[in-house]
Design a protein around this ligand. Structure first.
Ligand SMILES: [Zn+2]
Length: 289
């Protein structure tokens, strides 16, 4: 195995979970699911009822009111992009049901989307009348250099080849174009707590680790490994920020009050201690003035 962020060859097994193992790069800290899912497994994952029933995708219903944790983060991302470039053509890779693209349109962008799941594409077209290309981003038939901004919300951890995805983004961006990457951060307090529990239990307490290492995620980034991947792919990180967890995703099933309360306390604490669960990198294509 070779590390997809830094190219290092020293990966060690960090967790043995029930569905798969998680390996970690000793050089940059990137963690990776092993084995990676097959193309057939990928298609099944993203068309499954369980995936589409996730609380994460219910934000579409609250978007009109402009509330919900993801909506605030999306709006802030649009503000970040506006500091880098005037609104023009924007491509949202892994656009889901189109909530972000709808907000981008309100902010003056001409948005297009790429989405792997046929069910999301149908929802994005029906709900928001958006232009969305269905399929693997690496095959998407866009002209090179036409986008002023590309966004990847909760995307990079799902792909099989993050370097190829960033190379494709580089080809599609116009000179000076901006890239926004939003993903998890495994240096978070949540991960530290889950890891401590796992070790203290003699590697038996895997439930928390399995929540943190979602089966649909192939890569689990640290701040360092994300920076190295972006640097190596021809992007300069202009701004970086930690972001709070979205507990609704984990607690969408009825959960005991102490788990809900514990999650909220941990989330606030993680932000106060600057060990939040998610991170945003706002980058510019190298070579731009
Ligand atoms: Zn590495």
């Amino acid at each position: 195995m070779t590390c997809a962020s830094c190219g290092g060859g020293s990966l060690v097994r960090r967790y043995a979970l029930r569905p798969f193992d998680v390996y970690e790069c000793r050089d940059c800290g990137l963690r990776v699911r092993h084995p990676l899912p097959t193309p057939t497994e990928l298609t099944a994952m993203y068309e499954a009822d369980a995936y589409h029933a996730s609380a994460y995708f219910q934000d579409g219903r609250t978007a009109a009111r402009g509330v919900g944790p993801e909506i605030a983060i999306y709006r802030r991302g649009l503000d970040d992009l506006a500091r880098m470039t005037a609104p023009g053509r924007l491509l949202d890779v892994g656009c889901g049901n189109g909530v972000f693209l709808d907000l981008a349109r309100e902010a003056g962008w001409e948005g297009s989307g790429v989405e792997f799941s046929t069910r999301h594409v149908a929802a994005a077209k029906e709900r928001y009348s958006l232009e969305v290309w269905q399929g693997d981003f690496l095959q998407a038939p866009f002209e090179p250099g036409v986008f002023n901004a590309i966004t990847m919300w909760d995307l990079l951890e799902h792909v099989v080849d993050p370097i190829a995805v960033l190379q494709k983004a580089r080809q599609l961006l116009a000179p000076g174009g901006a890239l926004l990457v939003f993903t998890i951060d495994t240096t978070s307090l949540f991960n530290m707590a889950g890891d401590a529990l796992y070790r203290a239990s003699g590697r038996r307490a895997v439930r928390a680790i399995e929540l943190l290492y979602d089966g649909r995620h192939n890569y689990f980034f640290t701040r360092n490994s994300l920076h190295r991947l972006l640097d190596g792919s021809g992007f300069t990180v202009k701004r970086w920020r930690g972001d709070r967890a979205y507990l609704g995703r984990w607690l969408s099933e009825p959960a005991p009050w102490y788990l809900v309360a514990g999650g909220m306390v941990l989330d606030r604490l993680s932000f106060a201690l600057q060990r939040p669960y998610r991170q945003t990198a706002i980058c510019q294509l190298d070579g731009a003035s």
